[in-house]
Design a protein around this ligand. Structure first.
Ligand code: NAP
Length: 200
């Protein structure tokens, strides 16, 4: 049976990834900060295998996608037992948005390492954070090739599992390594952030 995905944050990026997952035949539980009723219309528009849930419901799915503001991840610490849970971190560590897009001072860590500290025991895989959501929403098959998504993480099996799902959605996957080095390449202001690549 295919794994279920809990989406925490049902805005631009959460909905975009959810649509790809539903198209790929996965069940998704959509949640936001205001409870299941507030995501009902979103769920209806996604259709297929999407259902509305609380943040706790989403956190209890097989795989969790973090698609909420980075500054809000700390609110999730006590929501679930994160030990061994595969968590895809699609957040970027912005503390202000347009026009200045300032990022948090991470004291030398990657933004996903800070996320990992906030979700003790979670197997974090950074993915889906580099592309503008309208670009990510497009068909990954482009110009005879596949749109590239980057992944990084410290847990090899979690990274491999997430990589296989992303490939099944039609993307090409480039593994950047661990959370310390790889995530810094793909996180906001890193050299690979916003790069829209097609693997031919
Ligand atoms: N937009 C992009 O193109 C893009 C691309 C890559 C990565 N990202 C990253 O993805 C994340 C989300 O960005 P977005 O553009 O999708 O934002 P968004 O459209 O503003 O959506 C944010 C979502 O997070 C929810 N949320 C906020 N606080 C929450 C909490 N404490 N618990 C549960 N849910 C909460 C919001 O729900 P409420 O409405 O209830 O507050 C909303 O559903 C950010 O970290 C961003 O940097 C964005």
């Amino acid at each position: 049976m295919k794994k279920s995905f809990g989406i925490i944050g049902s805005g631009n990026i959460g909905q975009t990834v959810a649509r790809h997952l539903v198209k790929g035949g996965y069940a998704v539980i959509m949640s936001n900060g205001r409870g299941p009723d507030a995501v009902k219309e979103i769920v209806k528009s996604i259709g297929g295998g999407a259902t509305a849930g609380s943040v706790k419901d989403a956190a209890n799915a097989d795989v969790v996608l973090l698609s909420l503001p980075w500054s809000q991840v700390s609110s999730l610490t006590a929501v679930a037992d994160w030990k061994n849970k595969i968590v895809i971190d699609a957040t970027n560590h912005f503390i202000t948005y347009a026009p200045d897009f300032q990022v948090a001072d991470l004291q030398g860590k990657s933004s996903s390492q800070v996320v990992a500290e906030q979700l003790p025991g979670a197997r974090i895989v950074k993915a889906f954070n580099t592309l503008y959501f309208k670009t990510l929403a497009q068909n990954p098959n482009q110009s005879g090739g596949k749109r590239v998504l980057f992944i990084s993480g410290d847990d090899a099996s979690a990274k491999s599992e997430v990589g296989e799902v992303i490939k099944a959605l039609g993307f090409a996957v480039v593994d950047l390594g661990d959370l310390s080095n790889g995530s810094k390449l793909q996180q906001a202001k890193g050299p690979l952030a916003t790069l829209n690549l097609i693997q031919l």
